[in-house]
Design a protein around this ligand. Structure first.
Ligand code: SAH
Length: 447
Protein backbone atom coordinates (compact mmCIF):
# COMPACT_ATOMS: atom_id res chain seq x y z
CA UNK A 1 0.00 0.00 0.00
CA UNK A 2 1.29 3.46 -0.90
CA UNK A 3 2.04 5.82 2.01
CA UNK A 4 -0.24 8.62 0.77
CA UNK A 5 -3.86 7.86 -0.11
CA UNK A 6 -6.76 10.05 -1.15
CA UNK A 7 -10.29 9.66 0.16
CA UNK A 8 -13.52 11.13 1.51
CA UNK A 9 -14.52 10.85 5.15
CA UNK A 10 -17.78 8.93 5.41
CA UNK A 11 -18.22 8.60 9.16
CA UNK A 12 -16.60 8.97 12.57
CA UNK A 13 -15.15 6.15 14.65
CA UNK A 14 -16.13 5.79 18.30
CA UNK A 15 -12.83 7.56 19.18
CA UNK A 16 -13.89 10.55 17.08
CA UNK A 17 -11.56 9.83 14.16
CA UNK A 18 -12.64 10.37 10.57
CA UNK A 19 -13.32 7.10 8.72
CA UNK A 20 -12.21 6.63 5.11
CA UNK A 21 -13.08 3.48 3.19
CA UNK A 22 -10.62 2.55 0.46
CA UNK A 23 -11.21 -0.38 -1.87
CA UNK A 24 -10.22 -2.97 0.68
CA UNK A 25 -9.01 -1.02 3.65
CA UNK A 26 -10.32 1.29 6.34
CA UNK A 27 -8.35 4.31 7.51
CA UNK A 28 -8.97 6.27 10.75
CA UNK A 29 -7.82 9.90 10.58
CA UNK A 30 -7.57 12.48 13.38
CA UNK A 31 -9.24 15.83 12.70
CA UNK A 32 -11.10 14.74 9.56
CA UNK A 33 -14.86 15.05 9.52
CA UNK A 34 -17.74 13.60 7.47
CA UNK A 35 -17.87 14.97 3.92
CA UNK A 36 -14.25 16.14 3.94
CA UNK A 37 -11.83 15.04 1.26
CA UNK A 38 -8.11 14.79 1.87
CA UNK A 39 -4.74 13.30 1.07
CA UNK A 40 -3.85 11.08 4.00
CA UNK A 41 -0.45 9.87 5.10
CA UNK A 42 -0.70 6.34 6.46
CA UNK A 43 1.17 6.04 9.74
CA UNK A 44 0.59 2.55 11.11
CA UNK A 45 -1.80 -0.36 11.12
CA UNK A 46 -3.51 -1.86 14.17
CA UNK A 47 -6.12 -4.62 14.30
CA UNK A 48 -6.61 -4.48 10.54
CA UNK A 49 -7.24 -0.72 10.44
CA UNK A 50 -4.85 1.92 9.14
CA UNK A 51 -4.27 5.11 11.11
CA UNK A 52 -3.31 8.20 9.18
CA UNK A 53 -2.94 11.95 9.32
CA UNK A 54 -4.18 14.66 6.99
CA UNK A 55 -1.50 15.78 4.50
CA UNK A 56 -3.70 18.08 2.43
CA UNK A 57 -7.36 18.96 2.79
CA UNK A 58 -9.33 19.43 -0.45
CA UNK A 59 -12.84 19.87 0.82
CA UNK A 60 -13.79 21.26 4.23
CA UNK A 61 -16.88 20.46 6.27
CA UNK A 62 -19.34 23.38 6.41
CA UNK A 63 -19.29 22.93 10.19
CA UNK A 64 -15.58 23.70 10.57
CA UNK A 65 -14.77 26.56 12.94
CA UNK A 66 -11.53 28.09 14.18
CA UNK A 67 -10.59 26.09 17.30
CA UNK A 68 -9.86 28.07 20.48
CA UNK A 69 -6.82 25.98 21.30
CA UNK A 70 -3.77 25.77 19.04
CA UNK A 71 -2.77 22.26 20.08
CA UNK A 72 -6.22 20.68 19.95
CA UNK A 73 -5.21 18.59 16.98
CA UNK A 74 -2.27 16.97 18.78
CA UNK A 75 -3.11 16.74 22.47
CA UNK A 76 -5.78 14.12 21.93
CA UNK A 77 -8.16 15.68 24.45
CA UNK A 78 -10.54 17.57 22.14
CA UNK A 79 -11.30 15.56 19.00
CA UNK A 80 -14.14 17.91 17.97
CA UNK A 81 -12.92 21.42 18.82
CA UNK A 82 -12.63 22.30 15.14
CA UNK A 83 -16.33 21.65 14.61
CA UNK A 84 -19.30 23.85 15.47
CA UNK A 85 -20.96 22.74 18.73
CA UNK A 86 -24.33 21.98 17.12
CA UNK A 87 -22.64 19.61 14.68
CA UNK A 88 -20.75 17.96 17.57
CA UNK A 89 -24.12 17.12 19.12
CA UNK A 90 -25.29 15.56 15.87
CA UNK A 91 -22.11 13.42 15.80
CA UNK A 92 -22.81 12.28 19.35
CA UNK A 93 -26.46 11.46 18.66
CA UNK A 94 -25.36 9.46 15.62
CA UNK A 95 -22.74 7.58 17.61
CA UNK A 96 -25.44 6.43 20.05
CA UNK A 97 -27.88 5.61 17.21
CA UNK A 98 -25.29 3.54 15.38
CA UNK A 99 -24.27 1.62 18.48
CA UNK A 100 -27.87 0.84 19.46
CA UNK A 101 -28.66 -0.39 15.97
CA UNK A 102 -25.42 -2.14 15.08
CA UNK A 103 -24.42 -3.64 18.44
CA UNK A 104 -27.66 -3.45 20.43
CA UNK A 105 -29.67 -4.82 17.49
CA UNK A 106 -32.82 -3.21 18.85
CA UNK A 107 -35.17 -0.79 17.23
CA UNK A 108 -35.53 2.14 19.61
CA UNK A 109 -35.78 5.89 19.19
CA UNK A 110 -32.66 7.82 20.18
CA UNK A 111 -33.48 11.38 21.17
CA UNK A 112 -31.19 14.22 20.04
CA UNK A 113 -28.24 14.75 22.40
CA UNK A 114 -28.87 17.43 25.05
CA UNK A 115 -26.10 20.02 24.72
CA UNK A 116 -24.37 22.03 27.42
CA UNK A 117 -25.16 25.71 27.94
CA UNK A 118 -21.46 26.42 28.27
CA UNK A 119 -19.42 24.11 26.05
CA UNK A 120 -16.09 25.73 26.96
CA UNK A 121 -14.25 26.03 30.28
CA UNK A 122 -16.47 23.52 32.02
CA UNK A 123 -13.96 21.13 33.58
CA UNK A 124 -13.73 21.44 37.37
CA UNK A 125 -10.69 19.15 37.64
CA UNK A 126 -7.47 20.10 35.92
CA UNK A 127 -4.35 17.98 36.15
CA UNK A 128 -1.11 18.74 34.41
CA UNK A 129 2.37 17.18 34.45
CA UNK A 130 5.35 19.44 35.22
CA UNK A 131 8.82 19.04 33.77
CA UNK A 132 11.76 21.01 32.35
CA UNK A 133 12.52 21.82 28.74
CA UNK A 134 15.98 21.50 27.15
CA UNK A 135 16.94 24.96 28.40
CA UNK A 136 16.06 24.12 31.99
CA UNK A 137 12.87 26.21 32.01
CA UNK A 138 9.90 24.76 33.89
CA UNK A 139 7.14 23.61 31.56
CA UNK A 140 3.69 22.14 32.09
CA UNK A 141 0.89 21.12 29.78
CA UNK A 142 -0.56 18.00 28.26
CA UNK A 143 1.01 14.85 26.97
CA UNK A 144 1.03 14.56 23.22
CA UNK A 145 -1.44 11.79 22.31
CA UNK A 146 -0.03 8.32 23.10
CA UNK A 147 3.28 9.72 24.38
CA UNK A 148 4.97 11.24 27.40
CA UNK A 149 6.10 14.35 25.58
CA UNK A 150 4.70 17.44 27.31
CA UNK A 151 3.21 20.07 25.03
CA UNK A 152 3.22 23.32 26.98
CA UNK A 153 -0.27 24.83 27.30
CA UNK A 154 -0.98 28.11 29.04
CA UNK A 155 -4.75 27.93 28.71
CA UNK A 156 -6.95 24.95 27.91
CA UNK A 157 -10.29 25.72 26.27
CA UNK A 158 -12.33 23.26 28.32
CA UNK A 159 -10.88 23.90 31.77
CA UNK A 160 -12.29 26.23 34.38
CA UNK A 161 -10.66 29.61 33.77
CA UNK A 162 -9.41 29.94 37.33
CA UNK A 163 -6.78 27.26 36.75
CA UNK A 164 -4.53 28.91 34.14
CA UNK A 165 -3.21 31.89 36.17
CA UNK A 166 -2.53 29.64 39.16
CA UNK A 167 -0.57 27.14 37.06
CA UNK A 168 1.47 29.94 35.52
CA UNK A 169 2.40 31.34 38.93
CA UNK A 170 3.30 27.86 40.18
CA UNK A 171 5.77 27.64 37.29
CA UNK A 172 7.30 31.04 38.19
CA UNK A 173 7.50 30.16 41.89
CA UNK A 174 9.16 26.82 41.17
CA UNK A 175 11.82 28.68 39.21
CA UNK A 176 12.19 31.37 41.88
CA UNK A 177 12.47 28.89 44.77
CA UNK A 178 14.57 26.45 42.75
CA UNK A 179 12.18 23.59 43.41
CA UNK A 180 12.94 20.82 40.94
CA UNK A 181 10.47 19.04 38.71
CA UNK A 182 10.33 15.28 38.45
CA UNK A 183 12.21 13.50 35.70
CA UNK A 184 10.41 10.34 34.59
CA UNK A 185 13.57 8.74 33.20
CA UNK A 186 15.86 9.23 36.19
CA UNK A 187 13.18 9.20 38.90
CA UNK A 188 14.84 12.33 40.37
CA UNK A 189 13.25 15.70 41.15
CA UNK A 190 10.28 16.83 43.24
CA UNK A 191 7.12 18.14 41.56
CA UNK A 192 5.32 15.66 39.29
CA UNK A 193 1.82 17.02 38.71
CA UNK A 194 -0.43 19.81 39.85
CA UNK A 195 -4.12 19.10 40.22
CA UNK A 196 -6.64 21.89 40.64
CA UNK A 197 -10.25 21.38 41.68
CA UNK A 198 -12.78 24.18 41.42
CA UNK A 199 -16.28 24.47 42.84
CA UNK A 200 -19.32 25.76 40.96
CA UNK A 201 -21.42 26.67 43.98
CA UNK A 202 -18.84 27.62 46.63
CA UNK A 203 -15.94 30.07 46.59
CA UNK A 204 -13.52 27.25 47.21
CA UNK A 205 -10.55 25.98 45.23
CA UNK A 206 -8.06 23.20 45.89
CA UNK A 207 -4.49 22.88 44.70
CA UNK A 208 -2.88 19.45 44.97
CA UNK A 209 0.89 19.23 44.56
CA UNK A 210 1.84 15.72 43.56
CA UNK A 211 5.45 15.23 44.63
CA UNK A 212 7.96 12.41 44.74
CA UNK A 213 8.86 12.98 48.40
CA UNK A 214 7.12 14.47 51.44
CA UNK A 215 8.15 17.90 52.78
CA UNK A 216 10.22 19.22 49.92
CA UNK A 217 12.71 22.01 50.76
CA UNK A 218 11.32 25.52 50.38
CA UNK A 219 7.75 24.28 50.72
CA UNK A 220 6.54 26.83 53.30
CA UNK A 221 7.69 29.94 51.41
CA UNK A 222 6.43 28.52 48.14
CA UNK A 223 2.94 27.99 49.52
CA UNK A 224 2.80 31.30 51.42
CA UNK A 225 3.66 33.16 48.24
CA UNK A 226 1.24 31.16 46.11
CA UNK A 227 -1.63 31.93 48.47
CA UNK A 228 -0.72 35.60 48.62
CA UNK A 229 -0.84 35.73 44.83
CA UNK A 230 -4.06 33.69 44.66
CA UNK A 231 -6.30 34.21 47.68
CA UNK A 232 -8.99 32.23 45.82
CA UNK A 233 -7.07 29.08 46.82
CA UNK A 234 -8.77 27.78 49.95
CA UNK A 235 -6.79 24.59 50.46
CA UNK A 236 -3.47 23.06 49.40
CA UNK A 237 -2.76 19.35 49.69
CA UNK A 238 0.49 17.53 49.09
CA UNK A 239 0.09 14.07 47.60
CA UNK A 240 3.17 11.88 47.53
CA UNK A 241 3.62 9.53 44.63
CA UNK A 242 7.08 7.98 44.69
CA UNK A 243 6.25 5.12 42.30
CA UNK A 244 7.40 4.86 38.72
CA UNK A 245 3.88 4.79 37.26
CA UNK A 246 1.40 6.55 35.00
CA UNK A 247 -1.09 6.84 37.84
CA UNK A 248 -1.16 10.46 38.93
CA UNK A 249 -2.00 10.28 42.62
CA UNK A 250 -0.11 8.34 45.28
CA UNK A 251 -1.45 6.99 48.55
CA UNK A 252 -0.02 9.48 51.06
CA UNK A 253 -1.50 12.88 51.59
CA UNK A 254 -0.83 15.84 53.80
CA UNK A 255 -2.90 19.00 54.10
CA UNK A 256 -0.54 21.97 53.78
CA UNK A 257 -3.13 24.71 53.96
CA UNK A 258 -6.87 24.98 54.67
CA UNK A 259 -9.23 22.10 55.41
CA UNK A 260 -8.08 19.58 52.80
CA UNK A 261 -11.29 19.41 50.81
CA UNK A 262 -13.70 21.63 48.88
CA UNK A 263 -17.46 21.46 48.65
CA UNK A 264 -19.83 21.55 45.74
CA UNK A 265 -23.53 21.02 45.17
CA UNK A 266 -25.48 18.82 42.80
CA UNK A 267 -29.29 19.03 42.76
CA UNK A 268 -29.34 20.82 46.16
CA UNK A 269 -27.19 18.27 47.98
CA UNK A 270 -23.71 19.23 49.19
CA UNK A 271 -20.68 17.02 48.67
CA UNK A 272 -17.21 17.16 50.17
CA UNK A 273 -14.54 16.60 47.55
CA UNK A 274 -11.03 15.64 48.63
CA UNK A 275 -7.92 15.36 46.46
CA UNK A 276 -8.55 11.77 45.40
CA UNK A 277 -12.38 11.72 45.39
CA UNK A 278 -14.18 10.81 42.22
CA UNK A 279 -16.45 13.66 41.20
CA UNK A 280 -18.12 14.33 37.86
CA UNK A 281 -16.00 16.83 35.90
CA UNK A 282 -18.79 18.91 34.34
CA UNK A 283 -20.65 20.35 37.32
CA UNK A 284 -23.34 22.16 35.30
CA UNK A 285 -24.20 19.26 33.02
CA UNK A 286 -24.18 16.67 35.77
CA UNK A 287 -27.45 18.16 37.04
CA UNK A 288 -28.94 17.78 33.57
CA UNK A 289 -27.72 14.17 33.43
CA UNK A 290 -29.00 13.23 36.87
CA UNK A 291 -32.36 14.98 36.35
CA UNK A 292 -32.78 13.17 33.03
CA UNK A 293 -32.10 9.87 34.78
CA UNK A 294 -34.13 10.51 37.91
CA UNK A 295 -37.16 11.81 35.98
CA UNK A 296 -37.55 8.19 34.95
CA UNK A 297 -38.24 7.21 38.57
CA UNK A 298 -41.93 7.27 39.32
CA UNK A 299 -43.33 9.03 42.37
CA UNK A 300 -43.98 5.87 44.35
CA UNK A 301 -42.34 6.69 47.66
CA UNK A 302 -42.52 3.01 48.60
CA UNK A 303 -40.07 1.88 45.97
CA UNK A 304 -36.79 0.18 46.76
CA UNK A 305 -33.95 1.35 44.55
CA UNK A 306 -30.44 0.05 43.94
CA UNK A 307 -27.79 2.57 42.85
CA UNK A 308 -25.06 0.39 41.35
CA UNK A 309 -21.58 1.66 40.42
CA UNK A 310 -22.39 4.51 42.78
CA UNK A 311 -19.10 6.46 42.96
CA UNK A 312 -19.42 8.84 45.92
CA UNK A 313 -23.12 8.04 46.17
CA UNK A 314 -24.43 11.07 44.28
CA UNK A 315 -27.24 9.50 42.21
CA UNK A 316 -28.57 7.32 45.03
CA UNK A 317 -28.50 10.16 47.54
CA UNK A 318 -30.40 12.44 45.15
CA UNK A 319 -32.87 9.61 44.43
CA UNK A 320 -33.44 8.93 48.13
CA UNK A 321 -36.18 11.57 48.44
CA UNK A 322 -38.23 9.57 45.91
CA UNK A 323 -37.73 6.16 47.51
CA UNK A 324 -38.49 4.15 50.63
CA UNK A 325 -34.94 2.89 50.67
CA UNK A 326 -31.88 3.11 48.43
CA UNK A 327 -29.09 0.53 48.41
CA UNK A 328 -25.82 1.85 47.03
CA UNK A 329 -22.89 -0.28 45.88
CA UNK A 330 -19.44 0.85 44.80
CA UNK A 331 -16.19 -1.10 44.43
CA UNK A 332 -13.66 1.64 45.21
CA UNK A 333 -13.16 1.87 48.96
CA UNK A 334 -12.29 5.59 49.01
CA UNK A 335 -15.33 6.53 46.96
CA UNK A 336 -17.53 4.28 49.10
CA UNK A 337 -16.25 5.93 52.29
CA UNK A 338 -16.96 9.34 50.76
CA UNK A 339 -20.49 8.16 49.94
CA UNK A 340 -21.17 7.33 53.61
CA UNK A 341 -19.84 10.77 54.62
CA UNK A 342 -21.96 12.44 51.95
CA UNK A 343 -25.12 10.83 53.36
CA UNK A 344 -24.27 12.18 56.83
CA UNK A 345 -23.39 15.59 55.40
CA UNK A 346 -26.90 15.81 53.92
CA UNK A 347 -28.77 14.15 56.83
CA UNK A 348 -29.97 11.30 54.65
CA UNK A 349 -30.77 8.10 56.54
CA UNK A 350 -32.63 5.88 54.03
CA UNK A 351 -29.55 4.86 52.04
CA UNK A 352 -27.42 1.80 52.86
CA UNK A 353 -23.91 1.64 51.39
CA UNK A 354 -21.84 -1.36 50.45
CA UNK A 355 -18.28 -1.49 49.18
CA UNK A 356 -18.39 -4.45 46.83
CA UNK A 357 -18.45 -5.64 43.23
CA UNK A 358 -21.87 -4.69 41.86
CA UNK A 359 -22.49 -8.13 40.30
CA UNK A 360 -21.53 -9.97 43.47
CA UNK A 361 -23.64 -7.64 45.57
CA UNK A 362 -26.83 -7.81 43.52
CA UNK A 363 -26.65 -11.57 43.04
CA UNK A 364 -26.59 -12.12 46.78
CA UNK A 365 -29.08 -9.35 47.54
CA UNK A 366 -31.94 -10.67 49.64
CA UNK A 367 -35.20 -8.90 48.87
CA UNK A 368 -36.99 -7.21 46.04
CA UNK A 369 -35.72 -4.30 44.00
CA UNK A 370 -38.23 -2.10 42.17
CA UNK A 371 -35.72 -0.05 40.23
CA UNK A 372 -32.04 -0.52 39.51
CA UNK A 373 -30.01 2.53 38.51
CA UNK A 374 -26.69 1.48 37.04
CA UNK A 375 -23.81 3.72 35.97
CA UNK A 376 -20.88 1.43 35.17
CA UNK A 377 -17.43 2.54 33.94
CA UNK A 378 -16.61 2.51 30.21
CA UNK A 379 -16.23 -1.24 30.01
CA UNK A 380 -19.92 -1.58 30.91
CA UNK A 381 -21.54 -4.12 33.21
CA UNK A 382 -21.03 -7.89 33.36
CA UNK A 383 -23.05 -11.03 32.87
CA UNK A 384 -23.41 -11.77 36.58
CA UNK A 385 -25.01 -8.37 37.10
CA UNK A 386 -27.22 -8.52 34.00
CA UNK A 387 -28.33 -12.13 34.65
CA UNK A 388 -29.37 -11.13 38.14
CA UNK A 389 -31.52 -8.28 36.80
CA UNK A 390 -33.34 -10.86 34.69
CA UNK A 391 -33.60 -13.47 37.45
CA UNK A 392 -34.74 -11.01 40.08
CA UNK A 393 -37.41 -9.72 37.70
CA UNK A 394 -36.44 -6.09 38.27
CA UNK A 395 -39.18 -4.07 36.55
CA UNK A 396 -37.28 -0.94 35.60
CA UNK A 397 -33.61 -0.45 34.92
CA UNK A 398 -32.22 3.06 34.45
CA UNK A 399 -28.88 2.64 32.70
CA UNK A 400 -26.56 5.68 32.74
CA UNK A 401 -23.65 5.00 30.44
CA UNK A 402 -20.45 6.79 29.45
CA UNK A 403 -19.80 4.46 26.51
CA UNK A 404 -22.48 3.89 23.85
CA UNK A 405 -20.83 0.73 22.50
CA UNK A 406 -20.76 -1.17 25.81
CA UNK A 407 -24.23 0.17 26.62
CA UNK A 408 -25.46 -1.30 23.34
CA UNK A 409 -23.74 -4.62 24.09
CA UNK A 410 -25.47 -4.82 27.49
CA UNK A 411 -28.83 -3.81 25.98
CA UNK A 412 -28.45 -6.60 23.47
CA UNK A 413 -27.73 -9.05 26.28
CA UNK A 414 -30.95 -8.00 28.05
CA UNK A 415 -33.09 -7.61 24.94
CA UNK A 416 -34.98 -10.90 25.25
CA UNK A 417 -36.45 -9.79 28.57
CA UNK A 418 -36.26 -6.00 28.48
CA UNK A 419 -37.60 -3.44 26.05
CA UNK A 420 -35.69 -0.20 25.64
CA UNK A 421 -38.30 2.50 26.15
CA UNK A 422 -36.15 5.63 26.34
CA UNK A 423 -32.71 6.64 25.09
CA UNK A 424 -31.42 10.13 25.76
CA UNK A 425 -27.80 11.13 25.07
CA UNK A 426 -26.48 13.98 27.24
CA UNK A 427 -23.30 15.87 26.44
CA UNK A 428 -21.12 15.96 29.53
CA UNK A 429 -17.87 16.47 27.61
CA UNK A 430 -18.20 19.16 24.90
CA UNK A 431 -15.34 19.34 22.36
CA UNK A 432 -14.57 15.65 22.87
CA UNK A 433 -16.06 12.57 21.22
CA UNK A 434 -17.41 11.26 24.53
CA UNK A 435 -21.11 11.10 25.27
CA UNK A 436 -23.26 9.97 28.18
CA UNK A 437 -26.54 8.19 27.60
CA UNK A 438 -29.54 7.68 29.85
CA UNK A 439 -31.60 4.66 28.99
CA UNK A 440 -34.75 3.11 30.44
CA UNK A 441 -35.23 -0.63 30.12
CA UNK A 442 -38.59 -2.08 31.06
CA UNK A 443 -39.22 -5.73 31.79
CA UNK A 444 -41.43 -7.35 29.15
CA UNK A 445 -40.86 -11.06 29.71
CA UNK A 446 -39.86 -13.31 32.57
CA UNK A 447 -37.37 -16.10 32.10
N1 SAH B 1 -22.51 6.96 39.58
C1 SAH B 1 -21.33 7.69 39.91
C2 SAH B 1 -20.03 7.06 39.44
C3 SAH B 1 -19.98 6.58 38.02
S1 SAH B 1 -18.37 6.10 37.48
C4 SAH B 1 -21.44 9.14 39.46
O1 SAH B 1 -22.37 9.51 38.75
O2 SAH B 1 -20.61 9.94 39.86
C5 SAH B 1 -18.42 4.35 37.65
C6 SAH B 1 -18.12 3.86 39.06
O3 SAH B 1 -18.17 2.44 39.06
C7 SAH B 1 -16.74 4.23 39.58
O4 SAH B 1 -16.89 4.88 40.82
C8 SAH B 1 -16.03 2.86 39.77
O5 SAH B 1 -15.16 2.84 40.89
C9 SAH B 1 -17.20 1.93 39.98
N2 SAH B 1 -16.97 0.51 39.64
C10 SAH B 1 -16.17 -0.01 38.69
N3 SAH B 1 -16.28 -1.34 38.64
C11 SAH B 1 -17.18 -1.70 39.59
C12 SAH B 1 -17.72 -2.94 40.01
N4 SAH B 1 -17.36 -4.09 39.45
N5 SAH B 1 -18.63 -2.93 41.02
C13 SAH B 1 -19.03 -1.76 41.61
N6 SAH B 1 -18.53 -0.55 41.23
C14 SAH B 1 -17.62 -0.52 40.25
Amino acid sequence: MQRIVHGTCIDLSSEGKGVIKLQKDIVFVDGLFPGEEADIELLYQRAGVYFGKVKKLFKLSKDRIQPKCKICTSCGGCQYQQIDYKAQLVFKTNRVKNAIKRIGKVDAEVKPCIGAKNPYNYRNKIQVPFSKDRNGKVIYGFYKENSHIIMPVKECAIENKKAAPILWDIKLLLEKHKISTYNEDTGKGILRYVLIRTSLHFDELMVVLVTSTMNFPGQRNFIDELIKLHPEITTVVENVNSRHTNVILGEHEKVLYGKGYIQDKICDLTFNISASSFFQVNPEQVEVLYKTALNLLNDDKNQVVLDAYAGVGTIGLIASSKAKHVYSVELNKFASKNAVENAKRNNISNVTFACDDAGKYISSFDGELDVVIMDPPRKGSDEVFLDTLINKKVKNVIYVSCDPETLARDINYLSKYYKVTYIQPVDMFPMTCHVETVCLLTKVKNN
